[in-house]
Design a protein around this ligand. Sequence first.
Ligand SMILES: Nc1ncnc2c1ncn2[C@@H]1O[C@H](COP(=O)(O)OP(=O)(O)OP(=O)(O)O)[C@@H](O)[C@H]1O
Ligand SMILES: [Mg+2]
Length: 370
Amino acid sequence: MTVSESSASTGAEVLRPHAEDAFAEELKALAAADDRPRPTGWRLSPWAVATYLLGGALPDGTVITPKYVGPRRIVEVAVTTLATDRALLLLGVPGTAKTWVSEHLAAAVSGDSTLLVQGTAGTPEEAIRYGWDYARLLAHGPSRDALVPGPVMRAMADGMTARVEELTRIPADVQDTLITILSEKTLPIPELGQEVQAVRGFNLIATANDRDRGVNDLSSALRRRFNTVVLPLPATPDDEVDIVSRRVDQIGRSLDLPAAPEGLEEIRRVVTVFRELRDGVSADGRTKLKTPSGTLSTAEAISVVTGGLALAAHFGDGVLRSADVAAGILGAVVRDPAADRVVWQEYLETVVRERAGWQDFYRACREVSV
Ligand SMILES: Nc1ncnc2c1ncn2[C@@H]1O[C@H](COP(=O)(O)OP(=O)(O)OP(=O)(O)O)[C@@H](O)[C@H]1O
Ligand SMILES: [Mg+2]
């Protein structure tokens, strides 16, 4: 029995369903409405995959919610890449939805986002290739029965999308395992004198963090096997507010938190503060600011607002207010207790204090800062 089978049989609700389960209805409706050609092994046409990611309305009235908010072209290039013989590398600063997009792409293309290798400094070659069931290996010797295929091998055999998270954290020699897989589309099993050849429909999505560049840089041999798509930070404050409110709403529902329509003003504030500190200049362009050491990503803004909403629900009147987000913002900004605290104080006194309509926010921040 696998772990997911066990939660299904007890009827317990999983905390975070996979994309293909959470959006099963949308995927079904898209598949039904989709009359464009589908690449071999794909559940949907590239057009339908892009619509799944970017949102839209189907002729039968079904609304497809946007998963990714950003330039359409980026999504189109990413989806198209998966239909070619090159793999897809999603690159960007932290919190730009690389993991999120990779999961949704795999869900839409293959109907399964779980063929995943999490890259770390300790990722062994077996995690990408295969391992052995040692009891069987000892009892019967090496055979296909004793072999435990890894996620990439399974994706190859079944013509599915494999995912590798944080590719650049994986040691270079282990990364190189991917070269044969991506260029020859085969995975040799020398112990058995066999190989697993990739079936059509197989491809791979890797994600890598810009800030990790240099940790284990990709070899140029491997980089050539990838088409790199850079995910940008949200272009405008409105886009970012839109992303944060959407995600907070989804996460909040799964945690039984109240909806946050009245909280929009606080969300706008969190986003403004994050963007100003990230950019090192106030929104009106007049005040230059020091930037803190944290990344202040959209993902962190989502956490701050979700945390605030939980505070408002459990200890307030259910309406998101300044005091509910202030502590979260402070925690996100002040990573380095000495240097970042100075940056924050300066920002509070020069920008927040003077801003019309921000007095309650200023006070709430002062209260948690001391
Ligand atoms: N442009 C965007 N559209 C939709 N959601 C976004 C966008 N940017 C960020 N998010 C949200 O931010 C959250 C975090 O994204 P994710 O974990 O995928 O980031 P990441 O780029 O993988 O970060 P890291 O480099 O830290 O791994 C997700 O919940 C995602 O919904
Ligand atoms: Mg990620």
